[in-house]
Design a protein around this ligand. Structure first.
Ligand SMILES: CC(C)(COP(=O)(O)OP(=O)(O)OC[C@H]1O[C@@H](n2cnc3c(N)ncnc32)[C@H](O)[C@@H]1OP(=O)(O)O)[C@@H](O)C(=O)NCCC(=O)NCCS
Length: 202
């Protein structure tokens, strides 16, 4: 994971990457100077990962999952994370730790089709209190570096059109909007397009 260290450190804000028995760990500081760590999730993180997903799902403007679609079974989530650890070339879940708590996560997985297995799909989110402090930008750079290190050629994601902050951050790190599903997602009383964004990895 030497490449991960090099590429993340070269991002807009400095971070220090190290390699542990559980894979790469990135230590950074946010815009307020508070340290945070991005590391691969472990089965023991299952409860916290479920809590983050549930919190993100409650903010219906931003993510596709609804609260009732977040599995509450911690044992099952721990088994999933154990499977992820064994298959970490094709599937990576990372968490963001700050001040003793888990404040965000990402899910990066290879498209499960042989003809598309050079492509990874990314999803991520931070709890509301952790946003707007530069953490999300580092989290995306971490994901891009990991995908690039593993030899993938493209990362894609989906973002709801009204999520201006996420679209801004994705564009800032080099994603381009390459398509959209019209009137795809119900948000409150309205309906939003779902935008496809992609970033080739050189
Ligand atoms: C989207 C998300 C990952 C971004 O991470 P973050 O840590 O909040 O973002 P950063 O602090 O790194 O960067 C925020 C940038 O967005 C800008 N921004 C903030 N609010 C904005 C808005 N309403 N419209 C446009 N830009 C906005 C900031 O000015 C900053 O820009 P800059 O870096 O050019 O100065 C995070 O906010 C999040 O998880 N939100 C909730 C869930 C979500 O939307 N997930 C993504 C689903 S696709």
């Amino acid at each position: 994971m030497i490449g991960l260290a090099r590429q993340v450190v070269n991002g807009p804000k400095a971070g220090v990457a190290t390699v542990s028995s559980h894979g790469s760990t990135l230590r950074c500081v946010d815009d307020a100077g508070v340290e945070f760590v991005i590391r691969q999730a472990r089965p023991s993180d299952a409860g916290a990962v479920g809590d983050i997903l549930a919190e993100l799902a409650r903010s219906e403007d931003f993510i596709l999952l609804s609260p009732e679609e977040i599995g509450a079974d911690v044992v099952r989530r721990a088994e999933d994370l154990a499977r992820m650890e064994k298959n970490s070339v094709r599937w990576h879940v990372a968490i963001v730790e700050q001040a003793g708590g888990i404040v965000g996560m990402l899910d990066l997985r290879a498209v499960p089709l042989k003809k598309c297995d050079h492509v990874m799909e990314l999803g991520l989110g931070l709890v509301a209190e952790a946003t707007d402090r530069g953490i999300g930008t580092q989290l995306i750079l971490y994901a891009l570096a990991r995908a690039r290190d593993l030899g993938y050629r493209k990362v894609r994601l989906f973002v709801i059109a009204c999520n201006d902050r996420a679209r801004h951050v994705y564009r800032k790190v080099g994603f381009e909007e390459t398509g959209r599903f019209i009137d795809e997602v119900r948000v409150g009383d309205g309906i939003e397009d779902l935008i496809v964004m992609e970033k080739p990895l050189q």
